[in-house]
Ligand binder design. Structure first.
Ligand SMILES: [Zn+2]
Ligand SMILES: [Zn+2]
Length: 310
């Protein structure tokens, strides 16, 4: 599992800083968080294949988070027989994408499924054999969602010594037990995985939280995350300006990351008013609140290791 930061900016794409978008690569598939104008450039630079792109999770209907979707859809339609695409996001995301597709009348050779947030829908946006995608509303100038991708727990460690003592011969039966299946021995006894596996091990959790003022759900989404992408749009001296526009400062984000016990935080959605040289100041301010936080830069790749206790 690894995350590729395709862009780290906010508001508008800049020559050296594309709009914030995170590609999470997991078992050959990519889940993409946000796609503003120009995200296809970041996608191409990262050398990601279009076939892998199967899910796009959109935080909100501001141009810097969704205008890039049609371009990605068109690129995907150049392949033979692409898989269906699922787009997850706020109410209206389906209408936005379908309207653009209908008016531009671009070629489509795969189905698109929309999953829109609703009050009654609960915290799970999508669920798969390997992971679930959670969403919670944030506080921005318009309805905005934060996401958390949770890899499902893995079976506990296989205890070879106990397996031997119980008379399970090394070989295919061990493999079955490791996968969580019960096995029958030649003498008629049945051994269940519970008897030979340790406690299940937590999977990896990733948070994606941008375009919000500090809010309870920011903590909810980031709590104990192994890697959290959080908005750090402004320096603290511009806090009033940030609040008026529904944003967090780097100070806010780093402080929340510490309090939510995030393992590692990457701050993104940097205002176009700052040059890359300014990021040193961002980093200093963030470091005053949390020691495992950094400013994200376009095209950085973050491998996500299993939690240390696993
Ligand atoms: Zn934004
Ligand atoms: Zn916004």
């Amino acid at each position: 599992m690894e995350c590729i930061l395709l862009g780290s900016g906010g508001m508008m794409p800049m020559p050296k800083r594309l709009l914030t978008s995170v590609a999470v690569r997991h078992k050959g598939r990519v889940i993409l968080f946000d796609a503003g104008e120009g995200t296809q450039l970041g996608w191409k630079k990262a050398g990601l294949g279009y076939r892998a792109l199967q899910i796009i999770a959109v935080s909100h209907l501001h141009a810097d988070h969704c205008l890039g979707i049609p371009g990605l859809m068109m690129l995907r339609a150049q392949m033979d027989d692409p898989d269906p695409l699922t787009i997850v996001g706020p109410p209206g995301i389906g209408e936005f994408v379908s309207t653009v597709q209908r008016l531009l009348d671009f070629h489509m050779n795969y189905p698109v499924n929309f999953v829109e947030w609703s009050e009654a829908g609960g915290p799970v946006a999508l669920e798969d054999r390997d992971w679930k995608l959670l969403w919670h509303p944030l506080k921005h100038t318009r309805f905005c969602l934060g996401f958390r991708l949770e890899e499902k727990d893995r079976p506990g460690k296989f205890n070879e010594k106990i397996a031997r003592e119980m008379g399970v011969p090394q070989g295919p039966l061990w493999g079955k037990l490791q996968k969580g299946e019960s096995v029958a021995l030649e003498d008629g006894r049945t051994v269940s995985p519970r008897q030979v596996l340790g406690p299940s091990r937590r999977g990896r959790h990733i948070a994606y939280v941008v375009d919000t003022v500090p809010a309870k759900n920011v903590y909810e989404l980031c709590r104990h995350a192994d890697l959290a992408f959080m908005e750090g749009m402004f320096l603290r001296r511009e806090e009033d300006h940030a609040r008026e526009r529904g944003h967090m400062t780097v100070w806010d984000a780093a402080r929340i990351a510490r309090r939510a016990r995030v393992r590692e935080a990457v701050l993104v959605h940097v205002s176009p008013r700052y040059e890359d040289d300014d990021l040193v100041r961002f980093e200093e301010e963030a470091a005053s609140q949390f020691d495992r936080v950094r400013m994200g830069r376009d095209q950085e790749v973050y491998p996500v290791a299993f939690p240390a206790d696993a």
